[in-house]
Each structure stands twice: as C-alpha cells, then as structure tokens.
Design a protein around this ligand. Sequence first.
Ligand SMILES: *Cc1c(COP(=O)(O)O)cnc(C)c1O
Length: 367
Amino acid sequence: MSIIEPVDLSRPQCRDRSWTHRAIELLQGDRRRSADTHLLNPVFKGLKGLSVYLKDESSHPTGSLKHRLAHSLFLYGICNGYIREGTTVVEASSGSTAVSEAYFAQLLGLPFIAVMPRTTSRAKIEAIERFGGTCHFVEKPGEVYEAAERLARETGGHYLDQFTNAERATDWRGNNNIAESIFSQMECEPHPVPDWIVMSPGTGGTSATIGRYIRYRNLPTRLCVADVEHSAFYDAYVSGDMSVTCPTPSRIEGVGRPRVEPSFMPGVIDHMLRIPDAASIAAAHVLSERLFRRVGGSTGTNFYGLCQLAAGMIKEGREGSLVTLICDSGDRYASTYFDEDWLRSNEIDIAPYRERIERFLDSGEFV
Ligand SMILES: *Cc1c(COP(=O)(O)O)cnc(C)c1O
C-alpha cells in the first residue's frame, strides 16, 4: 500500500524561479520606460496622391529595430527556461542584434558573447563592448552559426539563434508588435490602410511578423520584401528553392544573407524586389538629406523599393499610402556608406541613382 508522501515545499527542485521573476520584471521595466517609435510622414512634392510613412526604429535605446528582437529573444529564452541565473548567452550576428542583446544581457546581469564577421563596423563592436559583451570574430559570414553553437556548448550557455527564432519569438497576433503599432499609428491618416509595406530581410523576422499580421487581421495591405545585391533570399523566393546560397557577403549591413534563414517566411510575402547596392546607398543619402539626419544602408534599400512601388502606383493613376522602416541610423556608417573614399574603393557610383531618386521625389517621373 502506498502512502501519500508530502512534498518538502521548502526545497523545490528548480531553485531559480526568483531570478526568473526578477528578470521578467526587468524586461517589462525596459518596455514600460520606452515610448512607441515615431511614424514619420515626410512630404515629397512629386508624389501627388501618395503618402509615404517611415517607422523610425533608430530611436530605440540601442539604435535599431533589433531592440525589439533582442527583447523578444530574451523573453522567449527565459520563459522557455533556457536562460537562467548566470547563463552565458551567445549569438551569431552581423552587428546590430548583438548590440541590442548586449544591452539586455547587461540589464539582466548575464555574460554575453557575440560571434561576428571580422568586417563588422568598429562602432558596433565598441557598442557591444561598452555594454559588457565579448566579441568573437570569424573570417566569413557563413561561419558564424557553427562558431556560436560551439561556444554555447563549451560554456554550457544558450545560443539565442536570431536566424531561427526571430519569427517565433515575436507575438505575431499583436501584443504591440511592430505591425500592430504601424496600423494603429496610421488610423487617422487619409489612407489609413497602406497599399504596401516594404521591408528588407536580415533574419526575415520583421517581414514575417508584418506579413502574418496582415493576414490575421484580414487587411488588403501587401508586403513587399526588398532584398539586396548579394543575398540568397530573392533567388529562393523567385525559384522556390530554399537551398540556394550566395557566397559573396552582403555590403548592406543588417540585410542580405548567405543562406535562406529559417525565419524567412516566403508564404506571407506578396512581392520581392532586388535592389542594387548603389541604389540602396544612394537612397540612404537622399533620404538622409530630406530628413535632416542620417539613415543606414538597409533603410536606403527599403526606401528605394518603396519608390519603385510608388512609381508603379503613379503609372496606374492610383492614390494611397506606403510604409517602410528606418531600421537604424546612418551615424553608424560615417566611415562606409557616407565616406567618398569607401564608396570609391568599393567601386560604388551612387550619382546616377541619386539623380533618379531626386527627380522622382520632386516630379513623380521615374526614369
Ligand atoms: C536586422 C536588420 C534588418 C532586417 O530585419 P529582420 O527582421 O532581421 O529581417 C534591416 N536593417 C538593419 C539595420 C538590421 O539590423
């Protein structure tokens, strides 16, 4: 006959619930202290009948849209019990994600290692180190995944794995995700439901969140994903073959990947474009001048893609609104995209694109 053996409630087997409790409070506190990011509405006199909106993700405390992702990945790791008191947190990153994750690791008192390509900008490396993170460099962008996995194994730590988890760590139905925020900020506009939202893919996570939300809310908005010159996503989307790779590293930081990342969800994308790097950088220059502050290269990719869609709408005589993102600030790229010598040594001539973009914004003519 078995007896009921009382559990010794003073000694639970899992001892770190109090750390978890405090960690969630710290993450909630960060969110509570933050305001929503602005949805800018610059006026371009050539674009009659069209409204353009830019969701300014550069204004997060860590300077990019990766602040949202890092918050979500830590929350996901903690709520799944993968991240506990003292867990070493490891990530494979081309830079921006690691900056934001280093910030949250410091907030939570966790050791953080970023695995990055050696070509990552000095400014990002300094930011990671300022937040107490350690940088581990690899020679080729394609080597980051394995190195991060190995470091996590060796330290008994947790690999955040943004490229796999970006699409699932974010609450795609709402909970103040970026899509819900955009649509609610648009509510009082002349064309409150955008015809197009444009986004460039890095993990593919932001595009996945927006595309899913559009379908979930039954909205007519279409999602256009604007890829860059050296990246696997565009060819994979067009051919349907998700195993395609691109050995040449992307020159637009934050976007373009050597492989199709698991967080890239082709089924929620309505259209894809491939933007030449010179056009992305030219668009970043033009937009920076029009906004009186510098935006990053991927924002240029977004904006050039938006201009192409706007040109298509003008051609069809349609009115409406288009939305894209300012992914990060151009201040991080003073010695690259905004440096004449860098452009020359990379054989990037932005002048012809620049002229075309300016003429389009001022006259509506696209040539
Ligand atoms: C990550 C990133 C993107 C792409 O966002 P995903 O959600 O990862 O696809 C665009 N621009 C910058 C600067 C980024 O860091």
